[in-house]
Write a new protein. Sequence first.
Length: 138
Amino acid sequence: MRRVASFVSALALLATGAVISKPAVAAPPPPVAGYVGQAPSSVAGCPYIAWRLARHDNGEVTGITYYSDMSGVSMVTGTVNQAGQFHLTLTSSMGNGPVATVDGTKAANGNVTGIMKGEGCANMTMHFVSLAMVGIAV
């Protein structure tokens, strides 16, 4: 009888521990500085071009850009240096996504501007807006 009581007590402790303890959860990744925006192409009759970019601590930039009429999406890769100068490459990944390069800089006042030069509609001046400025914590 004692063994049964001890066994039942042990089971009760294990069950209580399973209910009380929290499951193991991986820590969320650190926040990444990011930029969003959209602007008209400098080519008449073309759709707006929108972008969603992330700037990583190692100077790498990744993200997507796409036409507002949803005719295509492109992957963005690039780098930014300590002076705030950046170079991005847009590679079409779905449909007729923008194919271009973007060169730009971050001014002392915080404004970030780039010039997109590419195929067809992928030509414009880009003014980047920080995610922090649109209310998303970074």
